[in-house]
Design a protein around this ligand. Structure first.
Ligand code: F6P
Length: 326
């Protein structure tokens, strides 16, 4: 017997490819188990404002391949206040919601944890962010698509960099985390990668450039994570040009291209597994946890740990990237 009868799902924070696949899995699993399922529009903001609607199987047809989120998303100021959360509670109670699936990143989990400290409605979190920076899962929904988009773009940049013998600095997303940069750099064979987590300096890069020039090695690609310690790609490129005027330097910022587009098969499967499991978790009467997949197994991490612990970069991969770049 399920302890929940009516559940709601929403997406929050930055969108990520695969969120729709997760919504679809939540809706279809819920309907399969004869639960009523509701969609909350625009994240916590919609919860505060009462923007909620019943979803049926047909509402999630033809969305597994679509980027973005059919439920829209937002960052909510109102939900950060006690008054806002009270209104959100009233929305859930007015619709007899007894369990919620929250798809988003750390901010989404924080909102869910605070809400659960005040009100007795269980939330289950799914990691939906391209950054892959959430503790308690090997991969987040959207990461695989984002790095594939970035690598495709970098491959194209490399063609023109190669033809003109130019040095390109390509900036990828990842405000606090170097996952996108590291994986994009490895997969595109970059000469160097600037990460928020490591302290590659501009002098280090100048050294690498000098050594490469001596060996007549073609060096044309540096990947820069937006959150790295030396500034953004434009600033780094300007400083490197100043130190090494012989280089013909260009900058390319991939930006929000990385957040859109059709999710990869990996992301669709990951999102489907997590969405399916989220409903089962609520049906078992559990809540207050973020779902993950570690070593191909579904895992559960209390919100508090998922928020407070940092998912570190794989140091071996960082070292390997340096070796392969030489
Ligand atoms: O959290 C995902 C992310 O894409 C970050 O990598 C990036 O810094 C940020 O969102 C940009 O967010 P927005 O465009 O919503 O301000």
């Amino acid at each position: 017997m399920s302890s929940v009868k009516r559940i709601a799902v929403f997406t929050s924070g930055g969108d990520a490819p695969g969120m729709n696949a997760a919504i679809r899995a939540v809706v279809r699993t819920a309907v399969h188990h004869d639960l009523h399922i509701y969609g909350i529009m625009r994240g916590y903001d919609g919860m505060v404002k009462g923007e909620i609607k019943r979803l049926e199987v047909g509402d999630v047809a033809n969305i597994i391949q679509r980027g973005g989120t059919i439920l829209k998303t937002a960052r909510s100021e109102a939900f950060m206040t006690a008054e806002g959360r009270k209104q959100a509670y009233e929305t859930l109670i007015a619709n007899d919601i007894d369990g919620v699936v929250a798809i988003g990143g750390n901010g989404t989990y924080t909102g869910a944890m605070v809400f659960m400290q005040e009100y007795n409605i269980p939330f289950v979190g799914l990691p939906g962010t391209i950054d892959n920076d959430i503790y308690g899962t090997d991969y987040t929904i959207g990461f695989d698509t984002a790095i594939n988009t970035a690598v495709e773009a970098v491959d194209k940049i490399r063609d023109t960099a190669d033809s003109h013998s130019r040095l390109f600095f390509v900036e990828v997303m990842g405000r606090h985390s170097g996952y996108i940069a590291l994986h994009t750099g490895i997969a595109s064979g970059a000469g160097a990668i600037f990460l928020p987590e490591t302290n590659t300096s501009l002098d280090d890069l100048s050294d690498i450039l000098r050594k490469s020039a001596k060996r007549q090695k073609l060096f044309n690609l540096v990947i820069v994570a937006e959150g790295n310690q030396n500034g953004d790609a434009t600033e780094i490129a300007a400083k490197i040009k100043e130190k090494n005027p012989e280089y013909d330097v260009r900058v390319s910022i991939i930006g929000h291209l990385q957040r859109g587009g059709s999710p990869t098969a990996m992301d669709r499967v990951l999102a489907s597994r997590m969405g399916h499991s989220a409903v089962q978790t609520l049906m078992r009467g559990e809540g207050g946890v973020a779902l993950g997949v570690i070593n191909d197994k579904i895992t559960f991490t209390p919100f508090e740990a998922a928020i407070s612990k940092t998912k570190s970069l794989n140091k071996e991969l960082v070292k390997m990237a340096e070796i392969l770049a030489t």
